[in-house]
Design a protein around this ligand. Structure first.
Ligand SMILES: Cc1cc2nc3c(=O)[nH]c(=O)nc-3n(C[C@H](O)[C@H](O)[C@H](O)COP(=O)(O)OP(=O)(O)OC[C@H]3O[C@@H](n4cnc5c(N)ncnc54)[C@H](O)[C@@H]3O)c2cc1C
Length: 450
């Protein structure tokens, strides 16, 4: 693309992260004549669709791969794969020197929240495993395209968690172990079939019982009650009666899951200290808790649990990017509607990195709302229903936030021809470095799922 042959608005926008949220913003902006450059750290752009959702979600994964592929192949979208912002390209430079009218962070949450017990991380690989690498290794094991990523299954695993992802970690254990035990008895099965039908039904079909398989299931230790497990969310401003219904729904959902996949849950238990033997983490001392006015209160009672492995699945947080201030575990956002950062007025954030919600639809909706409510208006290309988009940004005061931001920013000026030329040269160099020519050939080369 020659810089003097740019059609459309003349605006160039960078998007960091090519998955659900990033592809959504890129596609929306490209439809309105913006040239969008999507920087993705991995070779493939699918983010948590490929490396989060466990691989038994075959139909959903394929559908979402297709959605992302279509968006990233649109005219006006340029994919820049295997390029990590903060490692291969400096974030501050990208925002301030490259000449983009706006930069959108869509980089998700790829770091595991650390186990809240002092010194625990010293035992990573020595009894302690974190959820993100565990699920990534499980998902790639069958395909064999990440030979260095290994996951091990141990009967009686201790799982720290309580959310949907920790239930997936427990299911990976019971489903895969059942496949293995059935194979020993000459019965072929797979995790997809077991996940759909549930373990008891398949065992019944073969005249077997769970006890006969001899698998000790994993246990999820959760610091709150089953009623509080975030497997179903309560609507904003729900009254007492509605909350009770949601709680009952959670208990039903979790009960269905434990009876179909045969793992255990021990509620009201918070990790308190580590049990270390011969330099390995071999167990956890839990402290009993109670819930008072919605808060976790730690009690005097403690109890010890030993297990062959401890998998922590207590949430994912954004990976730090040099140049972006942190506030504890999270980016130091000025506001949680548009994900704006102090000192970077042209940066917006979309999806999981700012919503903190591990949910495909929530990431896509947030990306679309931020684009419509703010980015498109700032670039002077908005024509949709901005009020509705502001309404989608859930936090109260979103309208004032958006108005304030737009007033402060003024109207974006497209980059000059010289700046565009320099920017395209930089992109060309990055493409050359990784061997990228076009999306379809690149994806074939790096093992597209299609
Ligand atoms: C175990 C598990 C099970 C789940 N199950 C479900 C489910 O059943 N249903 C559901 O709706 N959701 C589920 N989710 C959550 C869902 O997959 C995610 O919330 C959603 O896909 C997030 O989309 P996103 O685009 O916001 O972020 P991501 O998918 O995380 O995308 C961020 C992208 O940015 C890239 N990136 C990160 N840092 C950089 C950088 N510095 N430079 C360049 N690129 C970068 C990443 O590689 C990634 O491609 C699950 C998640 C997990 C972990």
């Amino acid at each position: 693309m020659a810089p003097d042959q740019i059609d459309g608005t003349g605006h160039f926008v960078a998007v960091i992260g090519g998955a659900t949220a990033g592809a959504e913003v890129a596609s929306r902006l490209a439809d309105k004549g913006v040239q969008v450059f999507v920087f993705e750290q991995n070779a493939r752009p699918y983010g948590k669709i490929e490396d989060g959702l466990p691989r038994w979600h075959v139909a959903l994964r394929n559908k979402e791969y297709g959605v992302i592929d279509e968006k990233l192949q649109k005219d006006g979208v340029t994919f820049v794969p295997s390029t990590k912002i903060g490692r291969d390209v400096d974030f501050k430079e990208l925002v301030e020197d490259w000449g983009f009218s706006a930069v959108v962070l869509a980089n998700g949450a790829w770091r595991d929240r650390p186990v809240p017990v002092e010194g625990a991380d010293a035992y990573i690989g020595k009894g302690l495993v974190y959820q993100n690498p565990f699920v990534i290794a499980f998902n790639h094991a069958e395909r064999g395209d990440m030979p260095d990523a290994k996951y091990e299954l141990h009967d009686g695993a201790i799982i720290l968690g309580g959310g949907l992802a920790s239930i997936d970690v427990a299911k990976i254990h019971t489903l895969q172990r059942t496949v293995e035990e059935l194979a020993k008895r000459g019965i072929e099965s797979d995790v997809e079939e077991l996940e759909i039908k549930g373990i008891p039904k398949i065992l019944e079909k073969h005249g077997l019982t769970w006890e006969e398989l001899g698998i000790t299931p994993p246990t999820i230790y959760y610091r709150r009650r089953i009623e509080d497990m975030p497997v179903m969310s309560a609507p904003e401003g729900a009254d007492e009666a509605r909350l009770k219904k949601v709680e009952a729904g959670r208990v039903r959902m979790v009960g269905k899951s434990t009876s179909k996949y045969l793992f255990n849950i021990e509620p009201l238990s918070a990790p308190d200290s580590l049990i270390i033997e011969d330099g390995r983490l071999t167990g956890i001392v839990f402290r009993r808790t109670k819930i008072e006015n919605g808060r976790v209160v730690k009690l005097d009672e403690t109890y010890e649990v030993r297990g062959p492995t401890i998998i922590s699945s207590i949430g994912s947080i954004p990976e730090a990017i040099p140049g972006i201030e942190m506030n504890g575990e999270l980016f130091d956002f000025q506001d949680w509607d548009l994900g704006r950062l102090e000192g970077y007025p042209t940066v917006f954030s979309v999806g999981n990195v700012v919503t903190g919600k591990g949910n495909i639809v929530a990431s896509r909706k947030h990306a679309s709302a931020v684009s419509e409510a703010a980015i498109e208006a700032y670039l002077g290309i908005g024509e949709g229903d901005r009020d509705a988009a502001i309404g989608t940004l859930a936090a109260t005061g979103a309208a004032e936030t958006v108005a304030g931001v737009l007033d402060a920013l003024g109207d974006a000026e497209p980059p000059s021809e010289d700046i565009r030329k320099a920017l395209l040269e930089r992109i060309g160099k990055l493409h050359e470095k990784v061997g990228f020519t076009d999306y379809a050939s690149w994806m074939k080369k790096v093992g597209a799922p299609w």
